[in-house]
Design a protein around this ligand. Structure first.
Ligand code: C5P
Length: 224
């Protein structure tokens, strides 16, 4: 598949981390967190080009980070928006019309691998428009909107989904133009316009960093 454009969204404030800087720039094993996913995506033979979406005022440090990592596939570094969907839109605006696939990845999930990228991209075929990595849910799930259990939900067909998430560029652009800003992942955006999205095997190492405890845990995973 030609023209795989990766959008690395790094514009979140990361308030739950309570750091003195946006989450993508906190230290992760001695470098900005952004550096880890940026260099991994840049080194992947499956990725053609990269767009980085930085927090307002952090565009320059993001460019310097790409230079430090010799990330030669980075073609643009743009300013993100108030919501994740806005940030994704800003990144996608840099993708040329000839691109085949748009793959969005969270900088908050530093340990992205070539294997998971290959699974996600490989699933886009025939009538499948997009793919996401997902993990089975080990815990029992209850629906309790008021705190009192109303239902125990069968977990058999439930997945906790991660990024990278990839979609045929055409349908993803259409979805972004139509969808509201409330979607919490890109698959949700694509599903809203009827895209068929496949779940492929995710990886526990792709855990998202939200709190300081997550940061310490994923730093440890990176060293193993
Ligand atoms: O906030 P959360 O960790 O769920 O965000 C997931 C990813 O989306 C992060 O990499 C974050 O930087 C990015 N994001 C963004 N723009 C926002 C909010 C989140 O690029 N406005």
């Amino acid at each position: 598949m030609n023209g795989i454009w990766a959008i690395l969204v790094a514009a979140g404030r990361g308030e739950r981390l309570a750091a003195d800087r946006p989450k993508a720039f906190v230290a992760f094993n001695g470098k900005p967190l952004l550096a880890e996913s940026l260099s991994r995506l840049d080194r992947s033979d499956l990725v053609t080009n990269l767009v980085v979406v930085a927090p307002p005022g952090w565009e320059e440090p993001a460019i310097l980070c790409a230079e430090d990592e010799s990330a030669s596939k980075v073609v643009a570094c743009v300013t993100g928006g108030d919501t994740r969907v806005d940030s994704v839109r800003a990144g996608v605006a840099e993708v040329p019309s000839g691109a085949a696939v748009i793959m969005v990845h969270d900088a908050a999930r530093p340990l992205v691998t070539d294997e998971v990228i290959a699974r996600v991209l490989g699933a886009i075929d025939g009538d499948v428009d997009g793919a996401v990595p997902g993990l089975a849910i080990p815990d029992t799930i209850k629906r309790a909107p008021t705190g009192i259990v109303e239902q125990t939900v069968s977990r058999d067909s439930l997945f906790a989904v991660q990024t990278p998430q990839a979609f045929r560029a055409e349908i993803f652009r259409r979805a972004l133009a139509e969808v509201s800003d409330a979607a919490t992942d890109c698959a949700g955006i694509a599903e809203a316009v009827g895209a068929r999205v496949r779940v492929v095997a995710g990886e526990p190492r792709l855990a998202k960093i939200t709190t300081a405890a997550d940061l310490a845990l994923v730093e440890e995973l990176a060293r193993q």
